[in-house]
Design a protein around this ligand. Structure first.
Ligand SMILES: [Zn+2]
Length: 232
């Protein structure tokens, strides 16, 4: 054991962490206790090509494959986890989720042929308020595990869209359609891109990102992976 690992161990012993899901003291686990980990509502999307995730995009945008790691529940560990991650300044929760989500889908070769991971961008104003883009954290975790490069400067959010929650599906799409910009820093012609988001609800944001990338690079293939899916 090197000095750094030893110090980390001592700190962990002196200040034991609490489970992000249920707040019980953790002994040797990372972030989640064994019970919360066991109860995670993992989807079977990665096993089925036509699933409740890909259904969102039928007739709207052509995607190779799509999956969410978890079902979003209004209560319980996932809600706690997502809340602390999104608003509690805990970037590492996203990286942790990315690692676990990658481990799950790697079993079915989900990353096969994927050339690059691109997280859904956050407008710079929003990013500076929140401190980070939560999708980048998840993308980083996926990238670390799969060794597929992740780029945060190809797809940019140029318009700070207003809250989407009270808008209809059509209004949401119109609202986000013109808010993304694709730089030409890297040639993505004929590449297979994995777009990564936190929670998919209507799919409007992911659809707009896919369309923006396809407009600049008509030959790209698009797949998607999100931390969670709502209403399914
Ligand atoms: Zn727990």
């Amino acid at each position: 054991m090197n000095v750094k690992t030893a110090i980390k161990k001592i700190i962990k012993h002196l200040f034991p962490e609490a489970c992000v899901g249920c707040n019980i003291r953790l002994s040797h686990e990372n972030l989640l206790c064994t019970d919360c980990m066991y109860d995670l509502p993992i989807t079977d999307h990665h096993m089925i090509s036509n699933n409740s995730f890909t259904n969102h995009f039928l007739g709207r945008v052509n995607i190779e494959k799509g999956a969410a790691y978890l079902h979003f529940r209004k209560e319980g560990a996932v809600q706690e986890l997502m809340h602390k991650f999104k608003y509690g300044g805990k970037f590492f929760i996203g990286v942790f989720l990315g690692n676990m989500a990658a481990e799950l889908v790697e079993k079915v070769d989900y990353f096969k042929d994927i050339d690059i991971i691109i997280p859904v961008p956050l407008h710079k104003v929003k990013k500076s308020i929140r401190g980070y883009n939560q999708c980048e954290a998840f993308a980083q975790g996926l990238s670390e595990y799969s060794n597929i490069p992740c780029s945060v400067d190809i797809l940019l959010k140029i318009k700070n869209t207003s809250s989407q929650t009270k808008k209809s599906r059509i209004q949401r799409i119109e609202n986000v359609e013109k808010s993304f910009f694709v730089t030409t820093k890297v040639d993505l012609n004929n590449k297979h891109i994995l777009i990564v988001d936190d929670v998919v609800t209507t799919g409007a944001t992911l659809e707009a990102c896919a369309l923006a990338l396809m407009k600049v690079y008509p030959g790209v293939k698009i797949s998607m992976y999100t931390i969670a899916i709502a209403n399914s």
